[in-house]
Design a protein around this ligand. Structure first.
Ligand code: DP6
Length: 321
């Protein structure tokens, strides 16, 4: 049995930073994101007939046999547990995020893997249950199952899933900046933030409130409010992370220059708002009609990529040869 699925990355408007339960991958707060329509990840899962000792994982034509394979195997163990199967699998994934673009590939990666693996192992899961499953691979993957703008609810295992919410038309411009120091991964950085940043409790309480405000702004179609909340929440996340010990700093001087350029754009009457994840790249939220102008204005800061709002993850085919 082979099943193939596609999923896209998402960029959080209200960030997920910190787990309430690491085993179940339950977040400390809710979060809200916009799915992108660029950089799909296409993944196929083929069940192997023989009882192989291990799964295999091929990413962009290269056989992976270290950390990422262990993460894929742990994820497949969950799927096998749900399906009552002990069949091993061959996972082949094509990730179109250009190398060095700095967009996390774990969101689209685990969303595509969740959809393909569920189908290959014969599980008929709802979008909600696929989202809960993707969560166990990587938190942000929860939000790459539904399309458009989505909220990922904080809650217990049954209640922590993502779903699409009504929102006005929006676009994003990704500005790629590759001059940062070697990054510390988000998993480890979250742990250190929780353990050592005195600002973390305030991050949790303020973000919980911001999720509610963001959902209200989305429902009202209030793009200006969505943008203001997005930029504010991103800066609060980075302030919280910078408050860890030893400190973690993801934004470089070039990242900050893009934030400044976005402020200047607003002074010129273009409604644009900046956000950034666990790295130096900056993503700029704007209205769809402004995206080419925003991309043009930010061209000098790094490679720019424009994106509209993306589709839900979906099964492309499932065949039993
Ligand atoms: C800064 O989803 O990569 O992008 O759950 O440990 O796999 P794990 O973390 P991950 O963290 C994403 C953090 C972020 C904010 C966000 O996407 O909400």
């Amino acid at each position: 049995m082979t099943a193939t699925a596609v999923a896209h990355p998402n960029i959080a408007l209200v960030k997920y930073w910190g787990k309430a339960d690491a085993d179940l991958a339950l977040p400390a707060t809710g979060s809200v994101s916009m799915g992108l329509d660029v950089f799909p990840t296409t993944t196929s899962v083929t069940l192997t007939d023989r009882r192989e000792a291990r799964d295999t994982f091929t990413l962009n034509g290269r056989v992976v046999d270290d950390g990422p394979l262990v993460r894929v195997e742990r994820f497949l163990d969950l799927v096998r547990g749900m399906a009552g199967s002990d069949a091993r699998a061959a996972v082949v994934s094509e990730n179109t995020v250009p190398t060095g673009a700095g967009l996390a590939s774990s969101a689209s990666g685990f969303a595509a893997l969740a959809v393909a693996a569920a189908a290959a192992y014969g599980l008929d899961l709802s979008e909600r249950d696929l989202s809960r499953l993707a969560r166990r691979g990587s938190g942000s993957a929860t939000r790459s199952i539904p399309g458009g703008v989505s909220v990922w609810h904080a809650g217990d295992d049954a209640g922590s899933f993502a779903e699409t919410v009504p929102a006005p038309p929006m676009a994003m411009v990704v500005v790629t900046i590759n001059d940062g120091p070697k990054e510390i991964g988000s998993r480890e950085a979250m742990r250190r933030t929780i353990a050592t940043s005195p600002f973390y409790p305030a991050w949790v309480s303020s973000t919980t409130e911001t999720v509610g405000d963001m959902l209200a702004a989305c429902a009202a179609g209030d793009f200006t409010r969505i943008g203001e909340l997005t930029e504010s929440n991103a800066l609060r996340m980075h302030a919280t992370i910078e408050g860890a010990f030893p400190p973690i700093r993801y934004l470089t001087s070039r990242s900050v220059a893009v934030f400044d350029a976005v402020v200047a754009m607003r002074a010129d009457g273009i409604e644009a708002y900046a956000t950034a994840d666990a790295g130096p790249n900056v993503v700029v939220l704007c209205r769809p009609e402004d995206r080419a102008r925003v991309a043009g204005a930010l061209d000098g800061f790094g490679a720019v990529i424009e994106s509209g709002t993306g589709p839900a993850a979906r099964l492309l085919r499932s065949e039993d040869p």
